[in-house]
Design a protein around this ligand. Structure first.
Ligand SMILES: *[C@@H]1O[C@H](CO)[C@@H](O)[C@H](O)[C@H]1NC(C)=O
Ligand SMILES: *[C@@H]1O[C@H](CO)[C@@H](O)[C@H](O)[C@H]1NC(C)=O
Ligand SMILES: *[C@@H]1O[C@H](CO)[C@@H](O)[C@H](O)[C@H]1NC(C)=O
Ligand SMILES: *[C@@H]1O[C@H](CO)[C@@H](O)[C@H](O)[C@H]1NC(C)=O
Ligand SMILES: *[C@@H]1O[C@H](CO)[C@@H](O)[C@H](O)[C@H]1NC(C)=O
Ligand SMILES: *[C@@H]1O[C@H](CO)[C@@H](O)[C@H](O)[C@H]1NC(C)=O
Ligand SMILES: *[C@@H]1O[C@H](CO)[C@@H](O)[C@H](O)[C@H]1NC(C)=O
Ligand SMILES: *[C@@H]1O[C@H](CO)[C@@H](O)[C@H](O)[C@H]1NC(C)=O
Ligand SMILES: *[C@@H]1O[C@H](CO)[C@@H](O)[C@H](O)[C@H]1NC(C)=O
Length: 843
């Protein structure tokens, strides 16, 4: 020792007071002398209640508690590994590895063995400032098995940087190497176990589960972790979670606990969740499963945490096969040759057992019943294979490999040096070796990334009671090779455990309660749909040109509605238009034929052709109202007809003005009349009016649009109305206003000349036409604002044709009639007499 031991204030811990474990005799299973000792902590007995002995100053007597069959099995694995290392001398040639194994009885007896391991040969544990050069009794500790004890032990061992390798404490806390620098383990951490469980549930679509936990750290930590994991994914919900009562050491329940257990079983019987995850040490489950059998619970999928996944005692409760399917998460199986025989090998009859009367020779390094009970379970243990056993085995080998490296061993020789635990720890972190086909090394968190397996309990396969049905790879965080699960259900079908059945396509989910897994299925309403790719909680609205029925998964194209040729109104309007066209054509011919006659001249002369031309065109173009609208058709509807109309009205106005002027004012303002004639006043006026109208129409079009619009028919969702931009009714009013204005002007002139000869007076016609045009426009607008669709188009075309017909028949009709049937009135003489009559009346 480099540094002198401080005598003051060093305190000597007198372990004898605590009655430390004794060096048992050489052939005890619990100790083996050697050059370097390993400490081993195993649970051969268990007191599920935890420390129950603190009222007496005595180390608890483990053998008074329940026996834990697997604990002895694991302890044998450590012994097996040490013996194998000592037998095959290539790893530590010339050295003998020894051990001290203590039963910690789950939680009750974990401090005292640690102090024993930390003390020196003479049972003294010095209080020092610096333990760099301190050599405790053991060089490393294997175990203990559960996380709660491991934490206690690790808190001591970490102070000394004494390497500790646990084989089944899975708690994630131990990944924190700031807190537990000397703790390593040969199993994947709890998060991997939980992930494997969750992936199993996801694989089979179980999203409605029950969680039962033991009333200790193991149950609480793991259920918390599972809850957190499920909250991340949101696809699995916990129907309820219950804490199982912890039985008394003699496996009895108090009346309160019994009532509590009954409540849990009642809930279990009534719930729709068929998957039950149980996080609990196995000893607490015997009473529970007894009750499960008594309650005749069936059809359940039990998911076992690693604590009881391969428990032979529960497995021997063969009645359990009727309650459903048992699946468990545990470490991978690695066959270890010779272990099955070693497990039940009796120590040779040596000297008699050590004298137990001395004050040192305390308990907890003994287990009289262990070997016999293990023998009785040997068949199951042998056929279930080595799983956790291999974790113990590899932990011992990891220490041996580290020793090998620390002592600079060759094939034949090792330097027998003092081993300081902290130096050994450094070597253990670096080990990397192959053991029975598996690569053993510690990752950043001090875990060996061993594969996990999902196993099933099979009572029908006595040679393989826990066959693997899936594998989980920690590095990939994925469950693979799920196969050969035999479901305890009709026809071997996978049980379902869902809060609500999945909604069909065409339905959406409506949440019920707080769980995302519980919902109602609501049919999508007409006009909405849901297919595989859309959100499950909403029905998507159909795109505008389509529609859907209730509960549809897609939308269909709606029927387009527009005016069609075969419809009665179309034929009627077409007949009207044909009538208009033919009469206009006839008028044109008649006027052409009688062009020089006074009747034609009084009607406007060449200007008549200016009116008749657009009229003809307008009639000829009425087809644009029939058929699906296009840009061109809408342009026509919105602009062409109104322009034609304006040309006609302005021609008539110009003509009225001219006549009124000739008769009334030419005498007073001869020069202005000359001006009017010289510059083709009527044409200029018509051109001006047309230009203004054009400007208005173009303005309208810029404001709206000429492309057709498609809207759904509010009365029939299967129909889409195709029409020109509905805003064009605003334009229509504008147009009509201008036409009205023109008409009013024309009417004024006509009215002023009301006493003119009747063949010059158009007041009646203009009034008629104006009134008709205006009322029809107003009613059309009103109609448009109330109705929609094809009816509007019909009204529109009807009004347009009627307006033109009014001009053709109202204006030109009487004139043609006179020309054809009263040719005597169509003579210059007759006209002159009329004018003379007028002049005379006037004078
Ligand atoms: C170690 O060697 C002894 C004697 O050869 C043998 O009986 C024993 O089975 C061996 N142990 C192991 C674990 O190989
Ligand atoms: C379970 O079944 C047995 C026989 O089938 C019956 O006697 C017993 O009452 C049942 N137990 C419960 C809790 O239903
Ligand atoms: C055991 O102890 C008792 C008394 O303490 C003593 O009489 C006896 O000889 C001892 N036996 C052995 C084998 O040491
Ligand atoms: C274990 O079994 C053997 C024989 O099989 C028997 O002699 C012995 O008394 C048993 N031990 C215990 C502690 O039951
Ligand atoms: C298994 O259970 C049966 C009856 O339930 C019992 O007789 C047998 O002893 C048990 N096996 C072991 C190894 O305990
Ligand atoms: C361990 O050794 C193997 C080969 O012997 C190597 O492939 C592997 O990367 C090593 N692992 C670590 C963590 O060093
Ligand atoms: C599944 O089980 C059958 C018989 O039980 C066996 O033949 C087959 O190899 C198994 N499949 C796998 C992948 O283990
Ligand atoms: C079970 O499967 C068989 C054939 O595979 C089938 O005829 C039978 O209807 C199934 N029974 C049930 C309850 O599903
Ligand atoms: C589901 O609907 C969306 C949106 O309409 C579409 O893009 C997608 O292709 C549809 N998926 C299937 C599978 O029909």
């Amino acid at each position: 020792m480099g540094r002198p031991r401080r005598t003051f204030p060093s305190l000597i811990l007198l372990l004898q007071v605590l009655a430390g474990p004794t060096r048992a005799s050489e052939n005890s299973e619990f100790s083996l002398a050697g050059d370097y000792l390993l400490g081993g902590l195993f649970t051969l007995h268990a007191n599920m209640k935890g420390p129950a002995h603190l009222d007496v100053l005595q180390v608890p007597k483990c053998k008074e508690y329940d026996l834990k069959v697997l604990g002895y099995n694991l302890m044998q694995a450590m012994r097996f590994a040490v013996e194998e290392i000592n037998n095959h001398s290539s790893l530590l040639p010339g050295l003998l590895l020894g051990y001290e194994i203590v039963d910690i009885c789950y939680l009750s007896n974990n401090v005292q063995p640690v102090l024993y391991f930390l003390a020196q040969e003479d049972y003294f544990l010095p209080i020092l400032e610096d333990y760099s050069n301190y050599v405790p009794r053991v060089v490393a500790v294997i175990g203990p098995d559960n996380s709660e004890s491991t934490k206690t032990v690790a808190n001591f061992l970490s102070l000394f940087l004494l390497p500790q390798i646990t084989y089944s404490a899975i708690s994630d806390q131990f990944r924190d190497k700031q807190r537990y620098p000397a703790m390593l383990r040969t199993v994947p951490s709890a998060s991997h176990h939980i992930e494997a469980m969750v992936q199993l549930m996801l694989h089979f679509g179980w999203n409605w589960i029950v969680v039962l936990v033991s009333n200790d750290d193991y149950g609480r930590d793991n259920s918390q972790r599972l809850g957190d994991r499920l909250a991340e994914g949101n696809d699995i919900c916990i129907a309820f979670q219950e804490v199982l009562p912890m039985p008394e050491p003699d496996q009895t329940l108090t009346p309160d606990q019994r009532a509590h257990l009954s409540r849990i079983l009642l809930k279990l019987q009534q719930t729709t969740a068929r998957v039950v995850v149980v996080f609990s040490p196995e000893l607490a489950l015997h009473v529970f499963f007894d009750q499960v059998l008594r309650w005749n619970i069936t059809g359940t999928v039990w998911i076992a945490s690693e604590s009881w996944a391969i428990d032979p005692v529960l497995y021997n409760l063969t009645e359990l096969r009727h309650t459903g399917t048992f699946l468990g998460i545990t470490t991978q199986k690695v066959p270890m040759l010779g272990f099955s025989e070693f497990r039940v090998r009796r120590a040779q009859d040596g000297p008699p057992p050590p004298n137990r009367t001395s004050s040192w020779a305390t308990c907890n390094q003994e287990c009289d019943a262990c070997l016999n009970i293990t023998e009785s379970f040997n068949t199951i243990l042998t056929s279930s294979g080595e799983r956790v056993v291999y974790s113990v085995y590899s932990a011992v080998y990891a220490v041996a490999h580290a020793l090998h490296s620390l002592l600079g061993c060759t094939q034949t020789h090792c330097a027998k040096e003092v081993v300081y635990p902290w130096r050994l720890l450094e070597k253990i972190w670096k080990v990397n070796f192959t053991l029975l086909g598996n690569q053993i090394f510690f990752d950043q968190q001090g875990d060996v990334p061993m594969r996990l397996e999902v196993i099933q309990w099979r009572w029908d396969l006595p040679l393989n009671p826990f066959p693997s049905v899936a594998s989980y790879y920690p590095s990939e965080r994925r469950l693979r090779n799920i196969h050969n699960i035999s479901w305890h259900a009709h026809n071997n079908t996978v049980p379902t455990s869902m809060c609500s059945k999945n909604c069909e396509l065409g339905q959406r989910k409506r949440p019920v309660g707080i769980h995302p897994c519980c919902f109602e299925c609501i049919d999508c309403s007409p006009g909405t749909f849901r297919n595989q790719t859309s959100d499950e909680y909403v029905c998507q609205p159909c795109p505008s040109s389509t529609w859907s029925h209730r509960k549809d998964t897609s939308c269909f194209q709606r029927r387009l509605a527009f005016l069609e040729w075969h419809e009665a109104p179309t034929i009627f309007v077409a007949l009207l238009a044909a009538l208009g066209f033919l009469s206009t054509l006839a008028t044109l011919v008649i006027f052409w034929w009688h062009f020089p006659t006074p009747m034609v001249r009084s009607a406007g002369g060449p200007m008549c052709f200016l009116m008749l031309g657009p009229l003809l065109l307008a009639y000829a173009m009425t087809w644009v109202y029939v058929g699906p609208p296009s840009v061109f058709r809408c342009l026509c509807r919105q602009a062409f007809f109104t322009l034609c109309f304006t040309v006609c009205i302005s021609c008539i106005t110009a003509r009225s003005f001219q006549i009124m002027y000739v008769f009334k004012m030419a005498r007073h303002l001869p020069r202005a009349y000359g001006f009017w004639v010289r510059y083709h006043g009527p044409y200029a006026f018509v051109a001006l009016m047309t230009a203004i109208k054009m400007a208005i129409v173009v303005g309208n079009m810029l404001g709206t649009s000429t492309s057709p619009t498609v809207r759904s028919d509010p009365e029939d969702h299967h129909v889409m109305i195709v029409s020109c931009h509905p805003n064009y009714r605003n334009g229509l009013l504008f147009n009509t206003s201008m036409d009205l204005l023109l008409s009013v002007v024309g009417f004024t002139f006509a009215y002023l000349g009301k006493e003119l000869p009747t063949n010059y007076n158009e007041a009646r016609f203009i009034t008629l036409s104006m009134t008709f045009s205006f009322t029809s426009s107003v009613s059309l607008c009103t109609f448009m604002s109330v109705h929609d669709g094809v009816l509007v188009t019909i009204m529109d075309v009807l009004v347009t044709v009627l307006n033109f017909l009014a001009i053709t028949l109202g204006y030109f009709g009487p004139k043609c009639y006179l020309i054809l049937f009263y040719p005597e009135r169509n003579t210059a003489a007759y006209f002159n007499s009329m004018i003379q009559g007028y002049t005379m009346r006037k004078d």
